[in-house]
Design a binder for this molecule. Structure first.
Ligand SMILES: Nc1ncnc2c1ncn2[C@@H]1O[C@H](COP(=O)(O)OP(=O)(O)O)[C@@H](O)[C@H]1O
Ligand SMILES: O=C(CO)[C@@H](O)[C@H](O)COP(=O)(O)O
Length: 499
């Protein structure tokens, strides 16, 4: 039997899966790493910790594997998007990576609009200047840490840095490059015009490849450390949401996925790059070459639950916390949560807004708070679902992936709030599966990624909307949507107290 490895370099940790030729996940390992948050709005990680944890996980997986490592033919990657890794001449990181959920770059976003212009930016990149994207982070380092910036020889995204350390080959794939705000999305090349207008040297930009392209082999050192063969083929891999789309079977118009990882994502397939969503949703390259997707993003989806658990139920596991969902009815007896713990992206691109619990009553217990947090996260995703519906997309079925899809109760809440059938696949690890599928396709096991999806992916369970809950949630969603407007000015005032 032959095998491939999919590595998902997520925000909460790295997930490694060994998949056989039948598409079965034979072994899984995951290793957590922390966020480094020196200040409100800052979010960083140590790139070398990503590499260390991945090597540890790979070594453990090879120990569990009873077959011949030479039968592990290929490896590929899925990675948290947008995070800036700056490299010196020796290809070593010059500072910690600044992540997708870091919102320090408000001034740099304004600088991009001033220098490039909103219309030109949208025309070239199909996206707006948002704090999370990579270009504002590059400009932030240029403006605030010139001594670091002057030593930069190239920049990479998280999974590209990991792959560099595993192969010594430096690349970036199109699906991740699309999230830098430096890619000409329609022409599929780095935009010389944007680079010139913002004053960046194109020599810093890595070579671009397709997500399924082979970029090299594992180095001898990595092979020795992990027990893998130095003949393992390494394929570029893609952005985690692009890989999630591959691993959830999103290969044609009309297919929609919801991912609840640290972030939350509502993603829809696009055949071409020329539709006009006026920047209201992100528009990026798919992991399938020359295809695209649009998406809305909730910054703190799974992260809101993680924050709640760490703050109010530290001793419990996620599944234990979520058993409380069934203890209270839909609507949590009038307790409402907005998940703006680190600001928001869709539909409110706002770094200053913060979360709220509204309607606390002396009758509310711990379980009401759990239910309100989960419902609030799902309402935020529903704003993206509604945005897509307003653009004319029919969303009747949604594939749900990510850590949030582990809970049947939460999947039912998704069906009730989205008023759509929610499908759980046999694995919720869409991005890691998508990465493994890129390796399987790259190794020539299948003629297309779709063919691989048809062979590898299967439905485990479907959740249909409960009519009574749908009605409750429709009323509550109207209230939810008002909270942003009614708390944004208050949060402006409160922001001066944040440290
Ligand atoms: N058993 C569970 N049921 C529901 N949600 C869970 C469960 N375990 C973890 N989660 C949620 O999933 C999130 C992590 O999802 P994951 O897809 O691994 O994230 P990432 O790719 O960002 O690292 C956690 O923050 C948590 O909110
Ligand atoms: O910023 C985005 C998408 O634009 C995030 O979706 C990141 O890609 C992080 O993903 P997770 O770690 O939550 O999977």
């Amino acid at each position: 039997m032959k095998y491939v490895i999919g590595i998902d370099l997520g925000t909460s940790g790295v997930k490694i899966t060994l998949v056989n030729r039948r598409g079965e996940m034979v072994h899984e390992r995951s290793k957590a790493y922390p966020l480094i948050q020196h200040k409100s709005g800052y979010s960083e990680q140590d790139p070398n910790e990503w590499v260390e944890k991945t090597l540890e996980g790979l070594a453990e997986m090879v120990t569990l594997f009873t077959g011949n490592p030479l039968d592990i033919e290929g490896m590929s990657f899925s990675g948290q998007m947008h995070g800036l890794v700056l490299l010196d001449e020796q290809q070593q990181p010059l500072r910690h990576a600044i992540l997708w959920n870091d919102t320090r770059t408000g001034e740099e976003c304004k600088e991009i609009y001033e220098k490039v212009g909103r219309e030109k930016l949208l025309e070239i990149t199909q996206n707006l200047a948002l704090d999370g994207f990579t270009l504002p982070k590059l400009l932030w380092v240029k403006n605030h840490e010139p001594e670091v910036f002057n030593r930069v020889k190239s920049f990479l995204l998280p999974k590209d840095y990991l792959r560099l350390k595993l192969t010594n080959a430096l690349h970036m794939d199109y699906s991740d490059a699309a999230g830098t705000l430096l890619l000409d999305v329609k022409q599929s090349c780095w935009s010389e015009e944007i680079a010139r207008l913002v004053g960046l040297d194109k020599a810093l930009f890595p070579p671009l490849v397709n997500a399924h392209d082979k970029v090299g082999l594992l180095t001898d050192e990595v092979a020795k450390r992990t027990g893998l063969s130095n003949e393992t083929n390494v394929f570029a891999g893609g952005a985690d949401n692009a890989c999630g789309a591959i691993g959830a079977g999103i290969y044609e118009e009309g297919k929609t996925l919801v991912s609840i990882g640290t972030s939350g994502v509502v993603l829809s397939y696009e055949e071409s790059s020329d539709k006009d969503f006026q920047g209201n949703v992100h528009y990026f390259h798919h992991g399938v070459a020359e295809r695209f997707y649009t998406m809305g993003v909730t910054l703190a989806a799974g992260y809101s639950l993680q924050w709640f658990k760490e703050t109010f139920a530290q001793e419990k596991r996620f599944d234990e916390v979520l058993t409380e969902l069934e203890e209270v009815p839909a609507g949590a007896n009038g307790l409402l949560f907005t998940p703006y713990l680190v600001g928001e992206r869709t539909p409110h691109a706002d770094a200053t807004i913060r979360a709220s619990f509204i309607g606390m009553d002396s009758g509310h217990k711990h379980a009401h708070f759990v239910r309100a947090v989960v419902e609030g996260i799902t309402f935020s995703l529903h704003e993206s679902v509604m945005l897509f519906r307003q653009y004319g997309k029919e969303i009747e079925t949604i594939i749900s992936i990510g850590g949030g899809a582990k809970s049947a109760s939460w999947l039912q809440i998704q069906a009730d709030i989205f008023n759509a059938k929610v499908v759980k696949l046999s694995t919720e690890q869409g991005p890691a599966m998508g990465a493994a599928m890129l390796a399987a396709y790259g190794c020539g096991w299948f003629a297309s990624l779709k063919e691989c999806g048809d062979a590898f992916l299967s439905i485990e369970e479907e959740f249909v909307p409960n009519e009574a809950n749908v009605k409750t949630y429709q009323q509550l969603f109207n209230v939810y949507q008002q909270v942003y407007g009614k708390t944004s000015e208050l949060n402006e005032q409160l922001s001066t107290f944040r440290r």
